[in-house]
Design a protein around this ligand. Sequence first.
Ligand code: NAP
Length: 547
Amino acid sequence: MTFICVPIMVESSGESGARAALEQAAEAVRAGARLIEWRLDQVADDRELIRQLLSKSPAPCIVTCRPTSEGGEYNGDEVDRIAMLEHIALEHMPPYLDVELGAYERSANLAHKVRLVVDHPNQLRPTGTRLILSTHDFRGRPKDLYARIGRMASEDACAVIKVAWTARSLRDNIEAFELLAHRAKPMIALCLGRFGLMSRVLAPKFGALLTFARADDMPGTAPGQPGITYLKETFRFEQINRDTKVYGVIGWPAEHSIGPVVHNAAYAHLGHNGVYLPLPIPPEYEHFKATIGSFIDYAPLDFAGASITTPHKAHVIRFVRERHGTVDETAAVCGAANTLIVTRSSDSVELKACNTDVDALVDSVCAGLGIERAGLADVTVAIIGAGGAARAAAVGLALTGASSITLHNRTVARARQVSHELNRRLGMCDTAATRIEAADLNGLCNRHHDVIIQATPVGMADPDGRAATGSPVPEAILSRMQWDARTFVLDLIYTQAQTPLLAAARRAGCRTCNGLDMFARQALAQLTLWTGASPAELDVASILAAL
Ligand code: NAP
């Protein structure tokens, strides 16, 4: 079993400091912590406070007093620090004592003192304290990582090996998993920072002793620590085991996505043994290729698929083709896929790239208009934008025979180039398709459109929830729009109910919808592709209910 350990950085001395820290620990235990790490860096000289913390600790604990040289807050004398740890182990016998490998190796005297109070094969005195030897690198992966681990493994007083380093990319997590898989003794292997969440969430899959999570309302004690409720409830940490399949949303950034909330809730609903993570990969194809390649090639990860978002929707097609996989027709026509499926058998791995945005968009438009797909033959469509979402909208509506489709883009040359490319590919399809036209934003107000699709990121609230002010359509054009109650305006932004464009459309009497319905439909299609779920098991309403 892999425990969730919540570190509590004790910040003030005396009775009130002890009370506040014990309250935080009690709250962490209520939230699901099975271990508490008492970080005594700032209160190392307050023996009475330490006595209170250790005698009243609401869960088994690790005692740590981390010096500044190892990323902690203790800046006192090293001899005093070890004397304090020695005293704690003798007086209180905490289950774990954390000492840095660097400090342990620097002084034979110090190592001797630690050995006197922790458990090991030659220990004569009764002690229940096990030694965690730890090593941290906040700048990157230490060059001598394996040598350090080897020395910790061969030290008989070391009961637990702890390594933590700042991940330079998601690939570093694979190395952490490999270290855990080949551990010589109980181990904690964690990647710090933006790229390290995988190593924290998947710790149970690879048999780590514990993972660290911060108390929900406190800053973490190391970069990248997730909040305990996020870890437990979004990622269903306690359900993760060796056989758990791994999925995620790949983008740059990826952390803002609601995908983890939606997909993990759906896995719980379906009883599917999977976990879905944000997977940030920098924009260049080389990063994408190297990272996804390492996930696929490391079979114990059980990487089974991913949602793909900006800027990797074209990269995934190139990658799947390079690996001799298949690309479905709509993804090939769009030149963009939003779904990767990885199917593994004992001797091979099959890759498939699909585009579930296309059908989701068409169904969302039909639902908004209250018509079946056949009814689209009478519908004129204006799409604002010429990026990935606009391409999916244009292709979906062209293949379902909408009466007319025009891409209106700020950069009209780009709209022309995209429509040219899409028309050429649509011409090669078996299904007859509507021709896609290109125009500037001014063209939006030249005629009435039955459907207006907003497919740019403009109007999105910023991550801290402040309402958006921008609109991709300048006010001078908006004021001349020929829209009314017959018009349906779909804004693909799904992070908020209202955007400036939707607000203007509502004032003009139009029917409106944000992008959440489409998001739920494309996610549902991905879930079906990955898990085989049937409509009887999962539908759009139950996906939206997770939000
Ligand atoms: P993208 O590829 O980056 O598209 C950018 C487009 O937006 C370009 O055509 C660009 O015009 C235009 N644009 C950017 N800034 C502009 C501005 N200030 N004024 C006017 N036009 C501007 O993005 P995407 O991947 O297509 O995504 C677009 C939106 O759709 C995002 O909000 C995304 O979250 C949403 N989306 C939703 C779903 C869903 O399921 N609901 C699915 C996919 C995408 P230029 O060519 O002139 O630069």
